[in-house]
Structure formats: structure tokens, C-alpha cells
Design a protein. Structure first.
Length: 412
């Protein structure tokens, strides 16, 4: 079994030029592209036989056979049970091998940090969490220095070399949010001049580290690991301490010029009193925490776990209604600019609350004046509370082993 560096030699980011074509190529120089194409199709569709791949891509049966044999040898694909048909040799479905490659994901949040280990199928293997009042570079780095050996040493020795990268999901310009999280400006200013990417790489023994906006990374997790049908164009909302967003256009995660596209928090929306306010001051978990504190209900449990929140129905109901109204207004504004196929809502919250929130957003949106608007489908995200951590791990996975969805020709 080859280690991650051996695999990266053939499937690294430089191997796939931007704007790669839709169909596979039988030219020998495109082998890395074709391997990514096969891995992407198997991730999207589940186990596939060689004949399925050939039909989907236009590659010759011989080319597909060579590619899949190489991917199996590298430990990235695993054989399934042969399926016998009426004519010819039995068809052998190939699926992603869970141990084929492993990825680390670090979420740096405003109230907590998570370091997780994700396998090639997207399954969460292990996770470590640190809750704090506010994040500082030293505290986050100390947490990673302690948690990383725990995660890696728990692996069998033969799997440790297959860790293929560390992705980081974090809010950009953390020093700009001190007024909202009650942190000392001087301590938060430390983020301005620290090269977190380089410092994390040093802690991780030189492992490649890539940083992305946290809500964008959560959207990436939905794109890579999410289940169910996803249109080529959708807007994604993630409820954390503040609300954030991500945007997918033509099947690709759109990060924008500075990497902060779809940063929906500052969007102006009508507040409960009818006055215009920013979306994040109405539809964020920090707003819910403030309401709980005002009602004499401890809110610390919100940040410790996304499950089993202890909150009164009255406080929760008011927050749900106000957040839904604000989110519906934001969706309407976005829909006037973009023809969205869907809007997905996820967050650091119990599934039942996410379902209730999504239902209320949908109802509030349909009550608005939708003249001239083709309403998008509003539904829940499918990854859940750990979307930011999983999205962080998805960054090196996608960079090294996948093609953008928009560059892949699939059935239908």
C-alpha cells in the first residue's frame, strides 16, 4: 500500500488544470485527471463497475480498467461482491476504500475549536474539542499541539502515513468581532500578524495546511459529503455563534476574490421591530444565548454540544420565529440576484430544532411578495452540526483527489 505522498505525486492539485473538460481523455498525459474523475463519480454515485464508468465518461473500457486497477493498488478503491448478469463476465462494483486516505480538519470557532480525523469515505473517525470564552492564536495552537498526537497515535501505524493534509475552517478577520463576543481587543489583535497556516504546519510535522472561511468550508462539506439531490446552484446557511453562508454555482464552491463569498452575516434584513438590522444580529446562536441569559437560563450548554439543549419552549419559539423571518428576507434578496435551485439550512443545533427552523423559514418565505421570483427549494442541510470540521477535512480531500462537480459528466 502506498503512502499519501506517493498518491499525491499523481493526484495533486497541479495535475488538474483549471477548466478541465467534461469527458475523460484517453491520452496518457491525462491519467491524473482521469483518476480524479473516477474517484469523483464513485463518491457521487456509490459503488460502480468498470462498465458504468466507461458509459459515464466516454473512456474506453481498457482505459477504465487500467485506471481502476491502479486506484485499487493504491488502496483508494475496494472491490465489492461480483454481480452476475445474463451474458459475459460478472460485473465487479468498486467503492471508495475508507482507509485509502485520511484527512485532518480543524474548526476554529468563536466559542470552541474542534480537531477531527476523517476517512476517505467522509466518515468521522475521531474528534477532540476545546470550549473557550474567545479564541486566541496561542490557545488554539496549544490545543492542536495536544490533540493532534492523540488522534494520530490512536491510528494503526500503517495508516498514519496516509494522512494527506490538514484543512482549517475559521472566521476571517477574527479581530473584527470583539464587540460581538466580548473579547479583549488586544488579545484578538494577535490574529492580525500570526501566520497560523505556517505554525500549524510546523506542529503537524510539515503537513500541508489549507485555510478556508468556516461557513464556506461547511458548504463544502455539504457539496462533498452531503446526501440527496443537490442542484448546480444553491445558497447555504450555517448557524454558528454568528450565521455564515456558502455559495455553489454551476456545481462548484464559489469562494470569491478574498475567499469570503456569501458571507451573509452583514446582510440587511428587517428586525423584529421592523427596523433594518444585520442578519447576524437576529439569526445567530449568539442571539439565542443572549435571550436565554436574559430569561435566567444558562446558555453555556449551547457551545458544549449541539445535542440535548436545555432551553425553554418560550425562548426557543421566539428565537425561531424571529430568525426565520430574517432568513426569509435574506433569501428573497439573494433570489433577486441569483437563480437559485435551492437554499440549504444547517447549523450547530439539534436536528429537531434545525427541522423546525427550516419549516418556519419556508413558511415565512412563501408569505413574502415573490413576484418575478422563481422560488428556490428551502430544505435542511444533510451534514449536520459538524459541517465546519468535516468541511475543513474536505479541503485537502477535494484538492488532491476530486474534480469539481461542474467538471464531471454524469448520467442525467
Amino acid at each position: 500500500m502506498r503512502n499519501a505522498e506517493d498518491i499525491q505525486d499523481r493526484t495533486g492539485p497541479e495535475a488538474t488544470p483549471q477548466g478541465a473538460g467534461l469527458l475523460g481523455s484517453n491520452q496518457s498525459g491525462m491519467r491524473a485527471h482521469n483518476e480524479r474523475l473516477v474517484l469523483t463519480l464513485v463518491r457521487q454515485h456509490g459503488a460502480l463497475a468498470k462498465s458504468d464508468i466507461a458509459r459515464m465518461t466516454g473512456l474506453s473500457a481498457q482505459t477504465v480498467s487500467v485506471i481502476m486497477r491502479a486506484l485499487e493498488q493504491d488502496g483508494l478503491l475496494a472491490r465489492g461482491t461480483p454481480m452476475r448478469g445474463r451474458i459475459g463476465q460478472p460485473s465487479v462494483p468498486m467503492s471508495l476504500a475508507a482507509d485509502g486516505a485520511l484527512f485532518l480538519g480543524l474548526k476554529i470557532g468563536r466559542r470552541s475549536a474542534d480537531l477531527c480525523l476523517v476517512d476517505f469515505t467522509g466518515a468521522l473517525r475521531d474528534i477532540r474539542r476545546k470550549v473557550y470564552r474567545y479564541p486566541t492564536p496561542d490557545n488554539v495552537l496549544a490545543f492542536v499541539a495536544e490533540a493532534l498526537p492523540d488522534l494520530t497515535l490512536a491510528l494503526p501505524p500503517e495508516l498514519r502515513p496516509r494522512i494527506a493534509g490538514l484543512g482549517v475552517a475559521m472566521p476571517f478577520q477574527l479581530w473584527s468581532w470583539v464587540a460581538y463576543i466580548g473579547a479583549p481587543q488586544a488579545e484578538m489583535d494577535a490574529w492580525r500578524n500570526r501566520d497560523i497556516q505556517a505554525e500549524l504546519s510546523a506542529i503537524a510535522g510539515g503537513l500541508t495546511v489549507t485555510v478556508q472561511n468556516d461557513a464556506t468550508a461547511a458548504c463544502g462539506a455539504e457539496l462533498v459529503f452531503g446526501t440527496g439531490e443537490k442542484p448546480n446552484d444553491f445558497l447555504y446557511f450555517y448557524f454558528g455563534t454568528f450565521i455564515g453562508g456558502g455559495l455553489v454555482l454551476n456545481g462548484q464552491l464559489h469562494t470569491g476574490r478574498t475567499g469570503n463569498a456569501a458571507g451573509v452575516g452583514p446582510m440587511p434584513v428587517p428586525g423584529p421591530d421592523g427596523r433594518m438590522r444585520s442578519l447576524m444580529t437576529v439569526a445567530s446562536l449568539s442571539t439565542l444565548a443572549q435571550a436565554m441569559d436574559a430569561a435566567g437560563e444558562p446558555s453555556d450548554g449551547l457551545w458544549e454540544s449541539p445535542e440535548n439543549w436545555q432551553i425553554s419552549e418560550g425562548v426557543l419559539d421566539q428565537w425561531l420565529e424571529e430568525a426565520a423571518q430574517a432568513l426569509a428576507s435574506a433569501i428573497l434578496s439573494a433570489s433577486t440576484l441569483l437563480e437559485l435551485g435551492a437554499v440549504l439550512i444547517d447549523g450547530w443545533m439539534p436536528p429537531r430544532i434545525r427541522a423546525a427552523l427550516t419549516a418556519r423559514v419556508n413558511a415565512a418565505f412563501l408569505r413574502l411578495d415573490l413576484s418575478g421570483i422563481d422560488p428556490p427549494l428551502i430544505r435542511e442541510g444533510t451534514v449536520g452540526a459538524e459541517a465546519r470540521s468535516l468541511g475543513a477535512a474536505a479541503i485537502p480531500l477535494a484538492q488532491r483527489f476530486l474534480l469539481d462537480r461542474g467538471a464531471v459528466l454524469t448520467e442525467g
